[in-house]
Design a protein around this ligand. Structure first.
Ligand code: F6R
Length: 242
């Protein structure tokens, strides 16, 4: 794993945008795996700036997102489709018909997940997958558990994730308790992985990532088995690394 430690959130965002731009600039038809959450917001702002400045062209890019809440349609302000449109896709020159987010309203979420994986495989796979990380080490919505699922699937959210994501909802009760998420198998098939983390509350998970041990009780540790991972951390997220 390639580790880059920078001063703060702003530098993390700029460094991450640069990594993604390098992929698109060398392959204008790149398939980008995207994430939601607070962590990538600054990076998306920087990508919008770069797009407007002519430093990155999304015209022929395809995007696939990691996850979506079950029960929220794309026009719901807390849905991940809405987040993506609002924070990136509506502000860059990407063809919106080639931007994909798992469907949280599907009748059979697992069947929808199989189709999502097939679509990604048919596209030729993900060239760069962007990941944030949960304080409990989750990636996408693959929560700590005795076993992890390979493909895109229906999953329950842990109490800690519901608590942490309640900051975007009126109350904790409003946070959906289930989601559809890309599985570890699909994530690990990505040609490159870019993980970003900022803040002290991510330091413990980052310590696990660099511990040399792999465990389903800290899903991010799986990334140690991938051969092209770049990790960009701010000093606070890196504070427990030796
Ligand atoms: C979002 C996702 C999640 C987040 C994680 C961290 O698509 O897959 O795994 O990356 O929950 O969230 P933030 O960035 O809000 O700390």
């Amino acid at each position: 794993m390639r580790l880059i430690v920078v001063k703060d959130y702003d530098e993390m965002s700029k460094a991450a945008a640069k990594e993604m731009a390098a992929v698109v600039n060398s392959n204008p038809k790149a398939i980008l795996g995207l994430a939601t959450g607070g962590t990538p917001e600054g990076m998306y702002k920087e990508l919008i700036r770069m797009n407007k400045a002519g430093e990155i062209d999304f015209k022929d890019v395809t995007s696939v997102n990691l996850d979506e809440y079950v029960g929220l349609g794309g026009d719901h302000p807390q849905s991940y489709r809405y987040f993506m449109n609002n924070h990136l896709l509506d502000h860059i020159n990407i063809d919106k018909s080639r931007t994909f987010v798992p469907n949280g309203l599907a009748e059979d979420v697992n069947e929808e997940g199989r189709k999502y994986d097939q679509m990604i495989d048919d596209l030729g796979g993900i060239d760069m997958q962007l990941l944030g990380v949960g304080t409990n080490g989750h990636i996408a919505f693959n929560e700590p558990d005795g076993e992890l699922v390979a493909g895109t699937h229906l999953t329950g959210l842990t109490k800690s994730t519901i608590e942490s994501n309640s900051r975007y909802f009126d109350s904790e009760d409003d946070v959906p308790k289930t989601a559809v998420t890309m599985g570890l198998g699909q994530i690990m098939k990505s040609k490159k992985i870019l993980l970003i983390a900022s803040g002290e509350n991510k330091a413990e998970a980052m310590k696990e990532l660099f511990s040399g041990k792999i465990s389903t009780s800290c899903p991010v540790t799986m990334l140690q088995m991938h051969k092209d991972v770049t990790v960009i951390l701010d000093e606070a997220a890196a504070s427990l690394l030796k």
